[in-house]
Write a protein that binds this ligand. Structure first.
Ligand code: MG
Ligand code: ZN
Length: 222
């Protein structure tokens, strides 16, 4: 009992900070989107393709990069000239609202429309820990298996959209797109599903369109 109480209190404290993050973002008219996936699904690679597509749509993005140890992913975003803040969790397997609060301190929110938070590669606890985000996206790569939505239902339930990544590799796997769609929609009938291949440049425009449509940016003509 005692232990359950402690966990609840930690989650409650996190939720209070998450609400403050959300209020702060709303005040600046900035939408935050939390990207969840297992390690190695290609979150950073999809970001590298998506960010220029968003800029073409007059969206001003920034990225918060969550990694356990290295700054390699943040360097890749920095190379695109997009504002990026690195959170190195030093071993923790997820971001929390307090880490994101500190990252928001480093961003010029008045000059932004969208903050994409690349969470630590992990489909379990990040799905349960609010950061103050408005939208959640989950990535599923074809090298993982189409039954992942059934194995990790929470991440697919909290998500607004799912990007299926690396579809160019389907011929070399047992991955079945129809099954992946069916299982994901079984968990979350509202889920928007976009098939992408960064290598073949497939689905990037559709993915960027979804982000713009779902974000409903409040900025005036920027
Ligand atoms: Mg990454
Ligand atoms: Zn964790």
């Amino acid at each position: 009992m005692r232990r359950i109480t402690v966990v609840e209190n930690i989650l409650k404290a996190n939720d209070a900070i998450a609400r403050a993050n959300r209020d702060r973002l709303d005040k600046h008219g900035v939408v935050a989107m939390n990207w969840l996936s297992s390690p190695g699904t290609g979150k950073t690679t999809l970001l590298e393709k998506t960010l220029p597509a968003l800029e073409q749509r007059a969206v001003r993005p920034a990225v918060i990069e969550g990694d356990i140890q290295t700054t390699r992913d943040a360097e890749r975003i920095d190379a695109l000239g997009v504002p990026v803040v690195q959170i190195t969790t030093g071993g923790a397997c997820h971001l929390n609202a307090s880490m994101v609060k500190q990252a928001l301190d480093e961003l010029a929110l008045d000059e932004l429309d969208l903050v994409i938070i690349e969470n630590v590669g992990n489909l379990v606890c990040p799905a349960d820990i609010s950061l103050g985000e408005h939208l959640t996206a989950v990535l599923l790569s074809v090298t993982e298996g189409h039954d992942k939505p059934l194995k990790y239902p929470l991440a697919f339930r909290v998500a607004h959209a799912m990007a299926i990544t690396k579809t160019d590799l389907i011929p070399y796997t047992d991955f079945e797109l129809g099954e992946a769609r069916k299982f994901a929609l079984q968990i979350n009938p509202e889920l928007r599903i976009v098939e992408t291949s960064c290598y073949k440049e497939v689905g990037i425009e559709e993915w960027a369109d979804w982000i713009v449509e779902s974000s409903q940016f409040k900025t005036e003509g920027s």
